[in-house]
Design a protein around this ligand. Sequence first.
Ligand code: SF4
Length: 421
Amino acid sequence: MNLQLDKFNDSVAGTIFYKLPENEQKFIKEKSIEFKFSFSQIRQIVDMARDLDMWNEKTIEEIFPEHSLHTLREKKVVFSRLKKAYEELRSKPNSYNGFELKNQRDEQKFTFKTETKEGFGLGLCPVASEKTRCCNLLTLDAVESCGFDCSYCSIQSFYNQNTITFDSGFAEKLKNLNLEKNRTYHIGTGQSLDSLLWGNREGILDALFDFARQNPNVILEFKTKSDNIKYFLQNCVPKNIICTWSLNTPTIIQNEEHLTASLDKRISAARRVADKGVKIGFHFHPIVEYENYLDEYGEVYTRLLKEFQPDEVALVSFGTLTFIKPVIKQLRERDFRSKITQMPFEDASGKSSYPHVTKVEMFKHAYESFAPWHKKVFFYLCMEEHEMWSKTFGYQYATNNDFERAMLAAYTKKLQMEFLI
Ligand code: SF4
């Protein structure tokens, strides 16, 4: 018995076992000792228990299979039946009906810090890879950490979420940034954080707008889930600036994009910025599969076609959920509710994502829904495998550089800028 107990304690060490409800801890311990489950089986059961709670599904106790004997063979049968029951819940079409949120951050409580930061937050897009067809986006982080709480965000897992840090040397570093004058750049400021959430705090928008004015060969993209557009409305916006909104369905915004602006607020903010003559764009990333998702996304696509003209819109991008193991581990450590990992995982260039067939379905539906804008707006897939392009658009780029060139050519044309290569 003590041997079994010691083995059990070793197995759960370093896992989220002690974060599970006490009754579930008791149940898992009893069953693990009763069936002499292995080290790996016990750790899997702990993760299953956490996932089931995060998804707001039945508990590990409720899905644990009936059993009578305690033979070795029975142990194998019981564990594989348990795994099967769990995988069935993971792969069933998600529904947010009756989904109860738990421990959501419903209020922004932040500590703001301004300090001299080492280095400068300009670099290649943090999620770019040669394994996927990528646009070589350069990203510029004006601030460290984001105030929103999107459950699927892989980047936030690397920051302290309650401390927002501004670099006191940001404006100076930006001014001294020495870029080639005879080349067009595409720089995004909203990859690791929201570009507009903090407005012009610490003068970050002043610095970025000046940077755009000093570097007319740079296409500077502000990407946001907010409606904090005051600075854009009150200031003259250089023509090489585009402002883009990440959009999603109201169901996903309400259940997975916490603290962000509602769909209505985002779309009306985009409308007001476009009315000022600033080119805008829309990112549907992640498109999430759940019951009736195609209809709900279709409504959003149709609304954009009604409320915007293609000459106002520089881009529309599509992407979906992809997870790396550290992020899944991070999500399990948070005691909250999300259905974002309740999906049949398939390998996607070393990451976990939806099965190929699901991605083709969602991307084709998205692209075809924008048929009136084809050839007038630049469409692209973000962080997707090469062949997903031809399955979605009927064409694909041979290299990331080709993709980047096509994107820059389209953006400079829409912005009436010279395209320098
Ligand atoms: S396609 Fe997406 S992931 Fe790849 S570099 Fe561009 S923005 Fe980043």
